[in-house]
Design a protein. Structure first.
Length: 153
């Protein structure tokens, strides 16, 4: 990185934006990882839907988690762009973390059911389901980690 800052130093129109470019370059890696995490979550849900071969019952808690995660990502991007405020971003991250805990409890419950159940096709599907939940939660944790890292000045 640093190429845009170097180029801006040589361009009279862009010189006044060197500080902003430096900030964007520092944050871009985190936002890129966030985008990858969202893609991994989407692919995991799609794969699970295809592999299960049936319709999956609604997962309201997980849906709410993903909705709150989207709000937190939006707030973080607004902070980077200078159109948001830290209180809103912190509030949205706190909402993600609280909802994540509800989902962890659900995943644990499903894991326990899979562990204690007999080795049937239904039990194998249940095992795959809770593993999928776990994978989503890992990606959510990674995204939260990137979003909670303080922004450069």
């Amino acid at each position: 990185m640093g190429n845009s800052r170097d180029a801006a130093r040589w361009n009279i129109r862009d010189r006044r934006h060197v500080e902003e470019l430096a900030r964007f370059e520092e944050v871009m890696h985190r936002l890129e990882r966030t985008a990858i995490g969202v893609s991994v979550i989407s692919r995991g849900l799609d794969d699970h839907a295809r592999l299960s071969g049936t319709t999956h019952p609604s997962m309201a808690a997980m849906g709410t988690l993903l909705d709150r995660l989207a709000d937190a990502v939006r707030a973080a991007v607004e902070l980077v762009l200078g159109t948001g405020d830290e209180a809103t971003a912190a509030e949205r991250l706190a909402a993600v973390k609280a909802q994540r805990e509800r989902c962890v409890q659900g995943a644990r419950r499903r894991a326990k059911e899979a562990w204690e159940g007999e080795a049937t096709d239904e039990a194998l599907q249940l095992e795959a389901e809770w593993l999928g939940y776990g994978a989503i939660l890992v990606q959510v944790d990674r995204i939260i980690g990137d979003l909670t890292t303080p922004l450069p000045p």
